[in-house]
Design a protein around this ligand. Structure first.
Ligand SMILES: *Cc1c(COP(=O)(O)O)cnc(C)c1O
Length: 456
């Protein structure tokens, strides 16, 4: 095939496009991008040949190079990764993976028409706000509730409706930054509420709230925060004291729980995290929590509590602007259903991960080590974290696969370049992989990727 002049032996763009490999590329990436990439690669080959460097073997190799380049160039930037960090609710990695039932529910409404805003009995317009409400009430014990886009939106909505041009009393210890960019004081300002700070950064008493009440006070607000200690310590007891003050002055208590656990974290060896049920029972009028933290569902913000307040929030113009979409609602309802049925620990991935016994984790780490069959691998003790602003500082004992490689930084960089990318940690100069957050069906890929890199 190779002629005397290798430049002339190069196939034409048209010839490649009309071949089988070219057809496949056009089908996958479209004609325009394929032609452009073919030209680019051919130009590069010509350049190399002119410089007396080796060109390409044949059309097949050319098509492979082009396919590779197109794959990299048009790969979506949002794609799945393997989370081997041991941080269960990893905000940068998409927080909570969904249960199988939630994924199925989401898929079902994704490709078909649905009852999103349709009342089948009446044959007319219905409300999207009804879908999650009865389940939310059932699992939290609230009178009413609905879901919006996320918890930050829920806060803006409720402050706009209940506290615009009015005062909101909040502890100095709770003026926290959430998720790296959203600060409680900013939310207050955005919502037109005037923030009245009480107490100190590390101590606030119920009497501090009472002392700040004026005729223009709308709410007493409690925000779940790590660096905050109340007199009385147990958060729900403190909510009860706040509710007492609120009742005397005809005010409302709003509790921003953030992670919003519905299960008792203590039974998994973790610190106690106030549950939504406890907060409501203690007297919070409205409780706000996220859908994708300890609930283990899709990104959403739940507002549950007093029916007359919830009805006001539903009617606010902002409710439309921050509404949850149908994919979210489908996944959310399926997630809540696990709590109703009582199988959340078995079915909701973040709870499965929290509940995974140390023996099992150690077994997995040892299995990986055996599969890698490398002297560089060992199994060591470590700690997983819950993450997502929930249970700050709380850790769960785990077993880690550790690799003693010469350049841990370079190694983790290569892991991130893999397909799928693997996100690992470096601890004590070792690259460590926590089995707790690696989904079962990702294990084979993980081991293969690591094995490949160790052998290259
Ligand atoms: C995470 C968090 C929020 C924000 O939740 P999003 O659903 O991410 O908007 C609000 N308040 C607290 C206390 C949080 O921890």
């Amino acid at each position: 095939m190779i002629e005397q002049n290798p430049l002339r032996a190069l196939p034409s763009v048209d010839k490649i496009l009309n071949g089988q490999a070219g057809n496949a590329l056009v089908e996958r990436y479209g004609r325009g991008p394929t032609v452009e990439m073919l030209r680019t690669v051919l130009d590069e080959v010509r350049e190399r040949l002119r410089e007396g460097k080796p060109g390409i073997r044949d059309t097949t190799e050319l098509a492979e190079i082009v396919a590779d380049r197109l794959e990299t160039a048009y790969r979506p930037s949002l794609r799945p990764v393997i989370n081997a960090t041991g941080v269960i609710i990893h905000t940068n990695l998409g927080r909570a993976p969904l249960s199988t039932a939630a994924q199925q529910a989401l898929l079902e409404v994704a490709g078909q028409y649905s009852t999103l805003e349709y009342d089948l009995e009446e044959g007319k317009r219905g409300s999207r706000l009804t879908h999650a409400e009865s389940l939310l009430c059932e699992v939290t014990g609230a009178e009413a509730g609905f879901a919006v886009n996320n918890a930050a939106a829920a806060l803006v909505l409720l402050l706009s409706e209940l506290a615009q041009r009015r005062e909101v009393v909040i502890s100095r210890g709770q003026l926290v930054e959430i998720g790296g960019s959203f600060r409680v004081p900013d939310i207050m300002t955005q919502s037109g509420a005037q923030m009245i700070e009480v107490g100190t950064t590390n101590r606030t008493r119920a009497s501090d709230y009472e002392g700040a009440v004026t005729p223009n006070t709308a709410l007493l607000m409690h925000v779940h925060a790590s660096n905050f200690k109340q007199i009385g310590f147990v958060e729900s007891a403190f909510i009860a004291e706040m509710a007492d003050v609120a009742q005397r002055h005809n005010l409302y208590v709003v509790d921003d729980l953030g992670s919003g656990a519905l299960l008792d974290t203590e039974s998994f060896g973790l610190a106690h995290e106030s549950t939504v049920q406890e907060s409501l029972k203690a007297g919070a009028d409205l409780v706000v929590f996220s859908g994708d933290k300890l609930l283990g569902g899709p990104q959403a913000g739940m507002i549950v509590g007093k029916k007359h307040l919830i009805e006001r929030l539903k009617r606010h113009p902002l409710a439309r602007a921050v509404r949850a979409d149908k994919l979210c609602l489908a996944a959310l309802v399926a997630t809540l259903d696990h709590y109703r049925k009582g199988d959340a620990v078995e079915q909701v991935p973040i709870w499965q991960m929290i509940a995974r016994p140390l023996d099992e984790l150690r077994g997995t780490a040892w299995r990986w080590k055996q599969q890698l069959a490398s002297d560089l691998a060992s199994v060591i003790d470590g700690e997983s974290t819950v993450g997502g602003g929930s249970l700050p500082g709380a850790t769960l004992p785990t077993a880690l696969l550790a690799l003693t490689v010469r350049h841990p930084d370079a190694f983790t960089t290569r892991l991130r370049e893999a397909n799928p990318p693997v996100i690992a940690r470096i601890a004590d100069d070792k690259v460590v992989f926590d089995p707790r957050t690696v989904l079962h069906d990702q294990e084979v890929a993980l081991v293969n990727i690591v094995k490949n890199y160790l052998n290259s």
